[in-house]
Design a protein around this ligand. Structure first.
Ligand SMILES: Cc1ncc(COP(=O)(O)O)c(C=O)c1O
Length: 604
């Protein structure tokens, strides 16, 4: 026995060293925006209870009534003697809700994926997965014995390449298939750890072209998207083209369990062949009854109201994160904050925990190595103040953890993503008047730039001071959500974070131009106005824009024959003395997955 414990302890120690150790936290309250852990209240930004139904009175009453009538346990597998009445009601409600012929409920979403995939495909068949598919899909595919092919995340070209390869190819090991091979594509519609959406209409077109089956996992979409809240397939208008639709009762519906909807034949087949359904005790009747109440809730007016509140909260949180320089393209309540290194993500989460915020670090194997993150989720139950409190604490704690990658290394590798609040400002004199009267004034200007940077609003990305030109690339962040919001309203673009708050920019410009440069003058004892006539600024919209301007900044003195190389120029971030002035926090390397068709990453 001790041998077993010794070996396992060794493995656990290794997990700890790699920042991959997981521990359970006991929560002594119901799910909600505020939870109690070890006697202390925490703000919870980690739950999938998107509509705040897990602790809703209507669901609790439905559960209590079912307990009263049916007791707590189902007694056996549904096929033995566990198929209590509430199951029939729930399956009927689900088929109606999803507008399909029939539904079957499983003990969990995990069991639904594993049971369905293993029932549908086996040796000689092919199952094609998105690289970021959930662990339950991967496990189902592995257990099925079918050949697994994986396409890089949302890469339709690779998906088509795989389809071309497998359609018509003999896949049975003996080369003599017992029946024609089945080809099953499985994708999530909302990806659980990244919060992005699958290109469903395009996947449907491919599956039709190549005659494959398509199974979608709408775990994080059910109850949230499209007019009738059925999910992304409804939003994309392709529901009738989907062969197998899986959903969970455990996320927006606030309960537990998984289900599949489709044709009556498919459902009959699963009832006969899905082992996780046949060989597992049925869900307790209370949960099943609560889930039926949740379906009614979601399709009703109150459901619509909650959903509106959820999208308002998502938008508030995303705007607030953008204002902190944390960009995110998510169109879902799942908003990952990518940290990178596993230990850093754990430490980030721990620091937030110390300040009363509960957001767990998500690490390998749930997400790829080096892509550790905080998976932030917001629900309809969060208040504006709670979101604000979270953002304020995140801003205090975040700076250290979001600045792991030196941008210059990334720039050299040609892999830098630029936050969209980056600006490039050029100040120039008319004619060839020197912009700074002396060498000393120029170095004071550098001091001024640093000072601006130290105000916390401005992140200096680079600068070059030439006799008649000053180039500064900087990023600006808003101080308050109010500012961010008022800016959003006035900005032409609807997405906050892509535009700089106008008032803030004006203030900065004034400082740069010397109109209200008292602080600079006082601090650096500059007698003359150092900023001369005219400036123009550019919002840097993409990486190439930034790179070319940075290169221009650094090359310009050389081109003008002032120095032989940019490094020689004393007032430039290309100069070794100023290398460190480049602010790293805003620049993050993108590691494009170069993997081809390798085993997918597990997701928890
Ligand atoms: C995409 C996806 N599918 C399936 C599941 C499993 O669902 P359940 O938690 O109900 O077992 C999850 C759980 O997080 C998920 O994210």
């Amino acid at each position: 026995m001790s041998n077993l414990s010794d070996q396992l302890r060794g493995d656990l120690d290794q997990l700890r060293a790699d920042g991959l150790y997981r521990a359970l936290r006991n929560i002594a309250s119901a799910q909600g925006p505020r939870i109690v852990i070890e006697g202390r209240e925490f703000l919870n930004f980690s739950s999938n209870d998107y509509l705040g139904l897990a602790n809703d009175l209507i669901l609790k009453q439905a559960a209590a009534a079912a307990i009263e009538k049916y007791g707590v346990g189902a007694g056996a597998s549904r096929l033995v003697c566990g198929n209590l009445e509430p199951y029939a009601i729930l399956e009927e409600r689900l088929a109606w809700f999803k507008q399909r012929e029939a539904a079957v409920v499983f003990g969990s979403g995990y069991a639904a994926n594993v049971g369905t995939i293993t029932a549908l495909v086996g040796e000689g068949d092919v199952v094609i997965l998105d690289k970021l598919d959930h662990a339950s899909i991967i496990d189902g595919a592995r257990q099925s014995g079918a050949t697994i092919r994986v396409y890089p995340h949302k890469n339709l070209k690779k998906l088509e390449d795989i389809l071309k390869q497998v359609v018509g190819a003999p896949t049975h090991k003996s080369g003599r298939p017992a029946r024609s091979p089945r080809i099953l594509i499985v994708t999530e519609t909302v990806f659980s750890m990244d919060g992005d959406l699958a290109p469903l209409a395009e996947i449907v077109a491919l599956k039709e072209r190549y005659g494959a089956w398509l199974m979608i996992d709408e775990a994080h979409a059910t109850g949230l998207y499209a007019k009738n809240r059925r999910g992304i397939a409804e939003a994309a208008g392709v529901e009738d083209k989907i062969d197998i639709t899986l959903g969970t009762l455990s996320k927006a519906l606030g309960c537990a369990g998984g289900f599949v909807v489709g044709s009556q034949t498919l459902i009959d087949y699963l009832r006969n062949r899905a082992r996780s359904l046949i060989y597992s005790t049925a869900l307790p009747p209370a949960v099943v009854a609560a889930a039926a109440a949740a379906v009614d809730f979601v399709v009703g007016d109150e459901g619509q109201h909650r959903r509106d509140q959820l999208w308002r909260n998502v938008s508030d949180l995303k705007n607030g994160l953008s204002a902190l320089g944390i960009q995110n393209e998510s169109r879902t309540p799942i908003i990952p904050i990518i940290v990178g290194e596993e230990n850093a993500a754990v430490e980030f989460s721990r620091k937030l925990f110390e300040r009363g915020i509960f957001v767990p670090a998500i690490r390998f194997p749930t997400v790829p190595k080096g892509k550790a993150r905080l998976r932030v989720t917001v629900t309809a139950a969060h208040t504006e103040d709670e979101i604000h409190e979270f953002l304020t604490i995140l801003e205090c704690v975040g700076a250290t953890f979001l600045s792991r990658r030196p941008h210059s290394a990334g720039l050299r590798r040609g892999r830098v993503s630029i936050p969209e609040q980056c600006y490039f400002v050029t100040t120039c004199t008319k004619g060839r008047r020197p912009i700074f009267q002396s060498h000393e004034a120029a170095s004071m200007a550098v001091g001024a730039l640093r000072w601006l940077r130290d105000q916390g609003r401005v992140r200096l990305l680079g600068f070059v001071i030439m006799p008649d030109h000053l180039h500064v690339a900087f990023a600006l962040r808003t101080q308050s959500r109010q500012e961010c919001r008022s800016h959003t309203k006035s900005a032409e673009s609807s997405s906050c974070g892509r535009d700089i708050p106008v008032a803030t920019l004006a203030k900065m410009m004034k400082l740069l131009k010397g109109y209200t440069s008292h602080e600079i003058k006082k601090r650096f004892n500059i007698a003359d106005s150092i900023w001369q006539n005219g400036y123009h600024d550019h919002l840097l919209r993409d990486r190439r824009d930034f790179e070319s301007r940075l290169a221009y900044m650094h090359d310009n003195p050389v081109r003008k024959g002032l120095v032989k190389s940019a490094e020689e120029y004393p007032f430039s971030t290309a100069h070794p003395d100023y290398q460190n002035e480049i602010d790293r926090a805003w620049l993050e390397g993108i590691e494009e997955s170069r993997d081809r068709n390798v085993a997918p990453t597990e997701t928890a």
